[in-house]
Structures are given as structure tokens and as C-alpha cells.
Design a protein around this ligand. Structure first.
Ligand code: ACO
Length: 343
């Protein structure tokens, strides 16, 4: 059975920086740099321009990942696309990306399968587990695994929505997951979900049990109330469950392979809130230097956080071949997961 390893990483964030101060001056949100930094560590985020979708961000990140993997794009045998802000409700963004990558072009069109994953902040890790399983089954050799979001279009950038909208940013991270006979790669993963907490962090848009599924005005046009249109979050519940689940899934996954926290060289945690990650780091007694964060610059890019972290850590030399990496995520659902990788 082959092993599955990450052969190439890439990322792309839109050029437009939005600082915490600009949320006050440009968007007139009643917040402050001090409030946001103190509670979340976020200093700025990137916002895509109108007209840019998450498959556009993913395209640029994919080109970098494919280049770094040293393969031709035609060698990709499957696309897995994790996002909660897809280009459209359907079809999935994986299909849009496939076409933009030129995989439907000409005589050498590959028409590879494209699978969308809807597991929010845990989406990339659910995708990694899927890619790992597909590769170990022998079905495919190279999977393009994407985590990409355009949040800025669909968050309430007013004071009404400040508890959520100040946290999120846009960006894409992509990895190529490849088969290898070498003794390296994804060693173990665990995933989990607790649907009892679905309402603690959700964005409804519609209620498909209703007729009509979106309220209509007198002219028969769809109209949507803010509580349907934008994400809702119970921040304190998210914080508490994130700490508990991230610690327990990390310790379980290490235990599964008879390893300890000391064996890990680099911890890459979902970038939801720097304070969540620092709290866990202190609870576990792990040295701060073993963590790499970028939430200060990008905010929470949901499915994008882990692949962007991987690509940046590799680019700046924090992540080197031979290192043992622990990835831990938590998100809406609630969902969570951990993967151990020998890089
Ligand atoms: N600026 C200023 N004031 C704000 C802001 C803001 N951006 N957001 C909320 N407030 C106000 C609230 O209106 C409230 O005011 P009130 O007391 O007058 O009613 C007050 O601050 C406290 O609000 P809480 O929501 O109770 O604030 P809390 O101390 O819990 O901090 C926070 C909020 C930072 C969101 C925190 O709960 C948290 O980090 N939770 C984790 C959530 C998270 O990380 N979500 C990311 C998405 S999920 C994921 O990726 C896993």
C-alpha cells in the first residue's frame, strides 16, 4: 500500500488588506483595534474585490502548489475542494476550478472527478483524510486538495454583525497529495462531529422545509432577513468546545501511534482565534516556538487556514522535510479533526 504525502503547497490571498482600524473608518463598525487584537490576535485580513470567487483564489493557489509539486497539471487525478463560501450553491466549486485549470481543454482533457467538501473550518482536514484514503486504496496518485473562502461578500460588515464579521478574511491554500513508496507522509488522522451544536455557528440562507424556502415579498421576489443571510455565532460556546475537542483529538491521535507531544516538531492549529490556540498551548505545556500562526495577518479563512499555514511555513523554512507535523482543527457543526504527518 502506498503512503500519501504532501508533494507541493501553494497559497493565494487577495491583495486588498483591511486593518482593524479600517473596519471602523471604512465600514463604520463600532469596534476597535484594541478589542479585536486583545480577544483574537487579528490585526488585519484580506478582502477580495467584487467579481472574484473562491475558485478564482483557488486557481492561483493551485498553480503554485502544482508547480511546487513538480508535476504537470494533467497528472492531477482528482480535485477535492473544501469551502463554505462556494461560487454558487451548485455545482460545486471543484467543477469551476477544474475548468479554470484547463483540465477540460482540447485533446488532452482529463475531466478528473471534482468533489466538494462542506465541513467549514474542518473542511481541509476532512479533505486530507479523503485524499489519504483514496491514495492508499490505489485509486489515484495525485489529488489536488483545496481550502478556499471568500467571506467578505457574505458577512455582516456593520455593527450588528461585528461579533462575527471582524474575525473573517478571504484566501486560498492548496496542496497536492501524492502517492509514494517512501516511509513518510500522513501517518494517522481522526475526525469527529457533534450535530447537537449545529446552531452554535451557522449560516442558514434558507429553510428547505418551508414553502417557499425563502420568504417572498408582495411581488413574489425572494427577500432575506439578516439572521438568515449572515452567519450567527455563540462565541463563548465555540471557544469552550474548540478548546476541549482540539485537545482531546490531538492527544488521541498521538496515542494511536504511541507518540507524545514532545515528538511533534511543528503544531499547525486552525486559525480561528489566537487566544484559543495560546490557551491550548499553555494547557498542554508545549513551547510556543513549536507553533506557527498567521491569523494576525489573514484573520480566519476557515477551510483555507491550514493549507495557507502549510504553504507559508514551507516557504519561510519553518517546515522542513523530516519534521513531524500535527494539524488540529475545529469548526461549525461542530466538527473537528487531527492529522499527524511526517513531512
Ligand atoms: N468589537 C467590539 N465589541 C464587540 C465585538 C467587536 N468586534 N464583538 C462583540 N462585541 C461586544 C458584544 O456586543 C458584547 O457587548 P455587550 O456586552 O454590550 O452585549 C461584548 O462585546 C461581549 O460579547 P461576547 O460575544 O460575549 O464577547 P466575547 O468576550 O465572548 O468575545 C469572541 C467574542 C472574540 C468572538 C470570542 O467569543 C471568541 O473568540 N469565541 C471563539 C469564536 C471563534 O473563534 N469563532 C471563529 C469561527 S469558528 C471557527 O473557526 C472554529
Amino acid at each position: 500500500m502506498p503512503n500519501a504525502y504532501i508533494s507541493g503547497t501553494g497559497y493565494y490571498v487577495p491583495p486588498r488588506r483591511v486593518t482593524n482600524d479600517e473596519l471602523v473608518t471604512e465600514y463604520r463598525i463600532d469596534t476597535s483595534n484594541e478589542w479585536i487584537v486583545q480577544r483574537t490576535g487579528i490585526e488585519e485580513r484580506r478582502f477580495a474585490d467584487a467579481g472574484v470567487s473562491c475558485s478564482d483564489l483557488a486557481l492561483k493557489a493551485s498553480e503554485m502548489a502544482i508547480r511546487n509539486a513538480g508535476i504537470d497539471k494533467k497528472a492531477i487525478e482528482m480535485i477535492i475542494f473544501a469551502t463554505l463560501s462556494p461560487d454558487q450553491h451548485f455545482p460545486g466549486s471543484g467543477c469551476f476550478l477544474q475548468e479554470k485549470l484547463g483540465l477540460c481543454d482540447g485533446d488532452s482533457a482529463t475531466f478528473v472527478p471534482a468533489l466538494d467538501i462542506r465541513n467549514q473550518c474542518s473542511g481541509f482536514l476532512y479533505g486530507l483524510a479523503t485524499a489519504d484514503s483514496m491514495i492508499k486504496s490505489g485509486a489515484v496518485k495525485h489529488v489536488l486538495l483545496v481550502g478556499a473562502e471568500v467571506h467578505s461578500a457574505a458577512i455582516d460588515l456593520t455593527t450588528r454583525g461585528r461579533n462575527v464579521s471582524t474575525l473573517f478574511g478571504d484566501g486560498a491554500g492548496v496542496v497536492v497529495v501524492s502517492a509514494t513508496d517512501a516511509d513518510r507522509g500522513v501517518r494517522r488522522w481522526n475526525l469527529g462531529a457533534d450535530g447537537r451544536n449545529a446552531d452554535k455557528l451557522h449560516m442558514r440562507i434558507w429553510d428547505i422545509s418551508k414553502r417557499p424556502y425563502i420568504p417572498l415579498d408582495e411581488s413574489g421576489n425572494g427577500c432575506m432577513l439578516p439572521e438568515m443571510m449572515y452567519p450567527n455565532m455563540n462565541g463563548k460556546a465555540v471557544f469552550k468546545h474548540a478548546v476541549e475537542r482540539m485537545i482531546s483529538v490531538l492527544l488521541k491521535t498521538l496515542g494511536d501511534v504511541n507518540q507524545s507531544l514532545n515528538d511533534v516538531d511543528l503544531f499547525l492549529f486552525h486559525q480561528a482565534n489566537l487566544r484559543i490556540n495560546q490557551f491550548i498551548q499553555q494547557q498542554l505545556g508545549v513551547p510556543e516556538e513549536k507553533f506557527f500562526h498567521n491569523i494576525q495577518r489573514y484573520g480566519n479563512t476557515t477551510a483555507g487556514t491550514i493549507p495557507i499555514l502549510l504553504a507559508e511555513a514551507e516557504e519561510n523554512g519553518r517546515l522542513k522535510p523530516g519534521m513531524k507535523v500535527a494539524i488540529v482543527v475545529f469548526g461549525s457543526g461542530f466538527t473537528w479533526g487531527c492529522a499527524l504527518i511526517d513531512w
